[in-house]
Unconditional design. Structure first.
Length: 478
């Protein structure tokens, strides 16, 4: 009979185990590289976010200060606008009253001049007023008439500084000088009054010019202030928008990272379970192989070395079924026994070689089991460390997600406030621009013709003073 040992392919199992271990090492190295890369990216992101947090803190404080200044400027503008409306309403009423009185005065003077210059009035004066040399209202002395004529010519040359180019007062003075009986004292008083009016008008124009210049300067300052405020709020809107986009992307990246981390942990757990199952299978197979080799060795010792034979191992092995032996024999009737050549001699030397090989196999199995246990303990320790690191990272990322959501809400609120403040500043700027347009309507004509009117009034005053000097000299000489 022949004895065949089945299921003993140690080298194939060792090769398969080494291949699996190499694959596990490759996966582990890839996981370590991925984690290092992820740590590097997140470290750079943290540094960038810390720098941005500091910058945003400074910007927030600056915007708070600007907001306080803007609120104070708004209060000042509202107060200025209220005062301006009150003053404008008062000035409008005074101007309307003044225009009405001037209109009535001019109408009365024009009607008087029309009546006095009519043909009927002149004919009546010729009939009623005494002839030359008689007592009349007109001085007929040649010297007085010449002086009056000279004064009339001077008065006629007086330029008209009035906006309408009409001075009824000048016409009245000329008319008074052309009468038959001229009272130079009254004409002189009229000239003084007219000079006073011209000076007062120039004073009013000077004050009006100063008023317009001050209002334009103040309005321009307000315009620049509001434009600067709008620019700052626009910058705040852009920064908040950019920050919101960045935080949103970072939040999405963190959430994606957490999902990826969960998947990696699940994959590592699955792989660890497979490696542990492979380890258990290896230990079970190696243990069974050792038992089988021990059983075979004990059987050989029973025949070749009875002193080393252990019956208890045979019983235990038979009960556990650790070894399988198969006795092969040919089918059919056995052949006749061969001729014998004497007593059989035991081949002790050959049995020692087989037993040495079995001892070597058992030693290899022990070594493989020891290495497997060491590797299992190493893999389990790394797996547990990975779980600890992953848990800590997940907690940190979850905290970062919460902080990012809070920062996102703050940036959204800041963006809404900045847009609202910008809209308010733009509205105020439009009001200031409207006020500047009203100032142009009120002041442009005066500012454009101020020098011309001033020169014309100065010429008027000079001519009137000259006419007064002529009349005063005539009155003095007479």
């Amino acid at each position: 009979p022949q004895v065949v040992l089945h299921g003993l392919d140690v080298h194939a199992e060792l090769k398969e185990t080494v291949a699996k271990e190499a694959a596990a090492v490759k996966v582990f190295n890839e996981l370590v590289a991925s984690k290092k890369k992820q740590v590097s990216i997140l470290t750079a992101s943290i540094e960038e976010k810390l720098e941005r947090v500091g910058k945003l803190g400074v910007d927030i404080e600056t915007m708070k200060n600007d907001l306080g200044d803007s609120k104070q400027a708004l209060e000042d503008d509202k107060k200025f606008l209220a005062d301006l409306k009150a003053n404008c309403d008062s000035k409008k009423e005074e101007w309307e009253e003044r225009k009405t009185l001037r209109g009535e005065e001019l109408a009365a003077i024009a009607e008087t001049i029309t009546v006095l210059n009519s043909d009927d009035a002149l004919e009546l004066f010729k009939k009623t007023l005494p002839d030359q040399g008689a007592s009349s209202l007109v001085q007929v002395k040649t010297k007085t008439a010449a002086i009056a004529a000279k004064a009339v010519r001077i008065v006629r040359r007086v330029p008209r500084s009035d906006r309408r180019g009409v001075r009824p007062e000048i016409d009245l003075i000329a008319l008074a000088l052309q009468g038959r009986k001229v009272d130079f004292s009254k004409v002189t008083n009229m000239i003084d009054t007219m000079v006073g009016v011209l000076k007062q008008e120039q004073t009013d124009d000077d004050e009006k010019k100063k008023y317009c210049a001050d209002k334009f300067d103040h309005a321009d300052d307000k315009k620049k202030s509001h434009a600067h405020t709008i620019s700052k709020f626009q910058m705040a809107v852009e920064e908040a928008t950019e920050g919101l986009s960045t935080v949103t992307n970072e939040l999405k990246a963190l959430e994606t990272g957490i999902q990826t981390l969960d998947k990696e942990v699940a994959e590592a757990t699955r792989q660890r379970k497979e490696e542990h199952a492979d380890f258990l299978d290896l230990i079970a197979a190696d243990t069974a192989a050792k038992q089988l080799l021990g059983f075979a060795k004990n059987k050989l010792n029973k025949f070749y070395n009875p002193a080393l034979y252990k019956p208890s191992q045979d019983k235990a092995a038979s009960a556990a079924g650790a070894a399988i032996f198969t006795q092969l024999r040919k089918k059919g009737a056995p052949p006749p026994p061969p001729e014998t050549f004497g007593a059989y001699a035991k081949k002790t030397e050959g049995s020692n070689g087989v037993m040495a090989m079995m001892d070597m196999l058992i030693k290899d199995l022990d070594k493989e089991m020891t290495e497997g246990k060491v590797q299992e303990e190493h893999d389990q320790a790394e797996y547990e460390q990975m779980l600890t690191d992953s848990k800590a990272k997940r907690v940190a990322d979850s905290k970062s997600v919460t902080l990012k959501k809070t920062a996102k809400a703050d940036l959204e609120a800041e963006l809404a406030d900045s847009k609202e403040s910008k809209a308010g500043a733009e509205k105020e700027l439009k009001q200031v621009q409207s006020y500047i347009m009203s100032l142009h309507q009120e002041c442009d004509w005066l500012l454009q013709y101020f020098d011309v009117r001033k020169e014309a009034r100065s010429a008027e005053v000079d001519q009137l003073v000259e006419a007064k000097a002529v009349l005063s000299g005539a009155e003095f000489s007479s």
